[in-house]
Design a protein around this ligand. Structure first.
Ligand SMILES: Cc1ncc(COP(=O)(O)O)c(C=O)c1O
Length: 460
């Protein structure tokens, strides 16, 4: 007779052995997969077989073909985009939550998912110094956190103007003025576009050399204005002057939203908290958790000062969905059914504690400085003030910088991406992983400098 317990134990034990092997190898592996490893992925395709296959065989196939074709973001030497690793407790909790297979939409569907969201929300509001009564939705990342919080802003601003956007839509609605910094992240503009505000219709405020909005250049604000500021520029790590902007905006009755994808986490460190001065005065915030909190993809939180604004924008009702008045997770998110991502957040925060999270943030920022100083010592130009975890470096001409980026990615010791910063082509280094050590940075620096110096020799 088929023994469900024994079969699952064998499958999951086998998978855990494979997973542990992957992680053990990750530290020593090249970061980007080789072209031939990527080419082998075709073996996963072909026509879908007619007949079932043993799950253990499916997993073996996936591991043998898929694991070598991953980008090793968990190994400590991945500095692309803004990418965290996965903390041990968060990874293991992700497995357990997978086994639970909870639908986090309603508390009756998953009491544990609903309760854990409330616990995590209270912890995070406290850690980041945000008002304890805020409402929040647990979403896929900052793009959706921006979308959700901005939906709440849209609802509230139009309600003030006597318009019910949920019922009557946007056609013929009173106009809302939308103000963003010139360096706003593209995903914020996407969220604004999805909400009907239009990318080209927004007013763009000039920024300084680090990408910080110039508060004195704000247009006339009024109670129908939505001002979107940023805590942590994706290139430089710089922060918009939140205190000044919030004060001007609130005097005029405007709404302030903060795209705080990774920068908001700096609030946990007394060394960096001053960068966020005034951020807590805003009306809504978008926070990423798969970046600096180092939980598995995908995870972000939309936080809104007046919980009712978020609920009004995103809740739905039907007789079969009636509940007992408790906080219902899906009243605060665009989705109904979704996975219980609060579980990993709880595990990450519980395992780090306040001091562990502070240490993680401060270590990453310190290692970004090590990168910047090492590159400057080697004669290369760092283009930003390194005040957080982001470093921009030029290796001379745009062409030479692009060559270095391509060869670094190809060589495999580490992985860094490219960008354009105020007319200059630059390599972007983002130190965001709990797994990155001093040794990882020294090894990566040595590889980058060696590759960059090869260009000098050829040119000379
Ligand atoms: C400032 C900022 N906002 C938004 C995003 C988009 O985040 P996500 O990819 O989680 O949607 C990023 C990503 O790097 C970011 O740095």
């Amino acid at each position: 007779m088929w023994n469900w317990g024994a079969t699952m134990k064998e499958l999951l034990t086998g998978t855990s052995i494979r997973s542990a092997r992957y992680l053990a190898d990750a530290r020593g592996r090249r970061v980007s997969p080789r072209p031939e490893q990527i080419a082998r992925l075709d073996a996963l395709g072909g026509a879908l077989p007619l007949n079932p296959c043993d799950p253990a065989e499916v997993l073996a196939w996936l591991d043998d073909i898929g694991s070598p074709a991953t980008v090793v973001t968990t190994g400590g030497r991945y500095f692309g985009f803004v990418t965290g690793g996965t903390l041990p407790a968060a990874l293991a909790a992700n497995w357990l939550a997978g086994v639970w297979d909870q639908n986090a939409a309603y508390s009756v569907m998953s009491p544990v998912a609903a309760k854990v969201e409330e616990i995590v929300l209270a912890w995070i509001l406290d850690l980041l110094g945000l008002p304890p009564a805020c409402g929040a939705g647990f979403v896929t990342g900052t793009t959706m956190a921006n979308f959700s919080a901005l939906a709440a802003a849209r609802t509230a601003l139009l309600k003030r103007a006597g318009w019910d956007v949920e019922e009557d839509g946007l056609f013929a609605a009173p106009p809302i003025k939308v103000v963003v910094g010139k360096e706003a992240h593209v995903s914020l503009l996407k969220a604004l576009a999805l909400l009907g505000f239009g990318r080209a219709r927004v007013m763009s405020v000039p920024t300084d050399g680090q990408g910080r909005m110039i508060a004195a250049a704000l247009p006339q604000l009024d109670p129908h204005t939505l001002v979107c500021i940023q805590a942590g520029n994706v290139n430089t790590g710089a922060f918009d002057p939140a205190a000044e902007i919030c004060s001007l905006a609130h005097e005029a009755g405007a709404w302030v939203h903060v795209d705080g994808a990774f920068g908001l986490w700096a609030a946990v460190s007394p060394h960096y908290a001053h960068l966020l001065e005034g951020t807590s005065l805003a009306d809504s915030w978008a926070i990423d958790c798969h970046k600096w909190l180092n939980v598995p993809y995908d995870s972000g939180i939309a936080v809104v000062r007046q919980a009712e604004d978020l609920r009004r924008a995103l809740s739905m009702s039907a007789p079969y969905l009636e509940t007992n008045g408790a906080r219902e997770p899906c009243d605060y998110t665009p989705e109904a059914s979704r996975r219980a991502r609060g579980i990993e957040l709880w595990a990450a925060l519980r395992s780090l504690g306040r001091s562990g999270l502070r240490e993680l943030i401060e270590r990453n920022c310190r290692l970004a400085e090590v990168f910047a100083k090492g590159l400057q010592r080697a004669g290369f130009e760092v283009l930003n003030e390194v005040e957080l975890n982001q470093v921009l470096v030029s290796f001379g001409s745009a062409e030479e910088t692009r060559r270095v980026i391509a060869e670094v990615q190809n060589e495999g010791t580490c992985w860094c991406g490219g960008t354009e910063w105020h007319g200059r082509t630059a390599m972007r280094i983002s130190v965001s992983s709990w797994a990155t050590t001093e040794e990882d940075v020294e090894r990566s620096l040595a590889a980058i400098v060696r590759i960059a110096n090869q260009g000098k020799h050829f040119a000379g």
